[in-house]
Ligand binder design. Structure first.
Ligand code: GLA
Length: 342
């Protein structure tokens, strides 16, 4: 008996709120009109075999999966991570296609995880699906990531950003004003140190929280209680970034593009100076975007250490900005779904 299924999951761009999800803070991503499709002919065999049009070697994963991190090639670890978390004992044969740039900070891995979990028949709630895929990513590549990317991919709403409260996982769609557009530009800097530096940043936040309590509830005055100056700066970023996310939501609701842009500029400065996850190339790119007359504000997006910048621009000039920077306009889009196969 075999059955063909097809699932699509979008990537995401984070408008504002980086390195806040894993401390129970606020983020404001949107699912985008690029993503990953998994087409799978399910079978009763204990093997999951996937080819990817953007990878030279296929993923051949024996089921049930033992340790996803031991699987090769590297991209197959995400496949194995999802299969392990779903508890798959039977697999199938299929292929993966993506319109996302890989390793550019637009959550190509989350899109693969979510699409595959759906194709493998995951039936839980959207939140459960996102958390399952977050665990898959953590097991696959050892990055102690938060849940933003997977939850954004699952929960996307056309024309809306998603205010996610990472303490409760409540998702509130926030309409993007129709006079603004979102442009993404890849810095094309190789992303280095992401795994070790990400874990190190997260650990610094946890050290700070151990001294002053959950960063979500802390005030700037509380920061005096963080003895390690590095942890204090990291925590200051988290506190101020949470505030900027809420300010950006208020600005969108008031159709105040300049206000949202100002928060994005301040976010970049904080990620650069307090959280130390920018690079020279990203700083140059963000400065050039900010200097463009149609740009309200720009910042690095995602984990940092290379990858993409995001800019909030006048809707009428979005195509021109994208062309000037060799980037692309992204549209806030619907979340992951099973699509008719065959
Ligand atoms: C990566 C992680 C997310 C989040 C961002 C930074 O994308 O997967 O959970 O922490 O970095 O905001």
């Amino acid at each position: 008996m075999s059955e063909q299924v097809r699932a699509f999951a979008p990537g995401r761009v984070n408008v504002i709120g980086d390195h806040t999800d894993y401390t129970g803070g606020f983020v404001l991503p949107c699912a985008i009109d690029r993503g990953t499709t998994v087409t799978l002919e399910r079978s009763s065999q204990p093997v999951l075999s996937l080819r990817s049009l953007s990878e030279p070697a296929p993923a051949e994963v024996k089921l049930p999966v033992g340790d996803p991190a031991a699987v090769t090639p590297r991209w197959a670890r995400y496949v194995a991570g999802v299969a392990a978390e779903v508890g798959a004992t039977t697999g199938g044969v299929g292929f993966v296609e993506t319109t996302l740039p890989v390793a550019a900070g637009l959550s190509s891995s989350a899109a693969l995880e979510v699409a595959l979990a759906l194709a493998l028949g995951h039936t839980g709630s959207p939140t459960e699906l996102a958390q399952l895929c977050q665990r898959a990513e953590q097991r696959a590549v050892g990055v102690p990531c938060g849940v933003m990317d997977q939850l954004a991919s699952v929960s996307g709403v056309e024309g809306h950003c998603l205010l996610i409260d990472c303490a409760t996982l409540a998702v509130t769609p926030v309409a993007l004003p129709d006079d603004v557009g979102i442009v993404v530009v890849d810095s094309r800097e190789p992303r280095t140190l992401v795994t070790s530096a990400y874990a190190e940043r997260r650990a610094a936040c946890e050290r700070a929280a151990a001294q002053i309590g959950p960063l979500r509830d802390a005030t700037l005055d509380d920061l005096d209680g963080v003895t390690d100056p590095v942890a204090r700066r990291r925590a200051r970023h988290v506190l101020t970034e949470n505030r900027r996310v809420l300010d950006t939501v208020a600005a969108f609701n008031a159709r105040d593009a300049a206000g949202a842009g100002a928060a994005m500029r301040a976010s970049h400065a904080s990620l650069r100076d307090d959280f130390a996850v920018s690079t020279e190339g990203l700083d140059r790119l963000v400065a050039a975007l900010d200097a463009h007359p149609a740009v309200h504000g720009a910042r690095l997006t995602g984990a940092g250490f290379g990858g993409c910048a995001v800019a909030l621009v006048d809707a009428g000039s979005a195509d021109a900005v994208a062309e000037a920077f060799d980037g692309w306009v992204v549209r806030a889009s619907a979340g992951a779904r099973l699509t008719p196969a065959g």
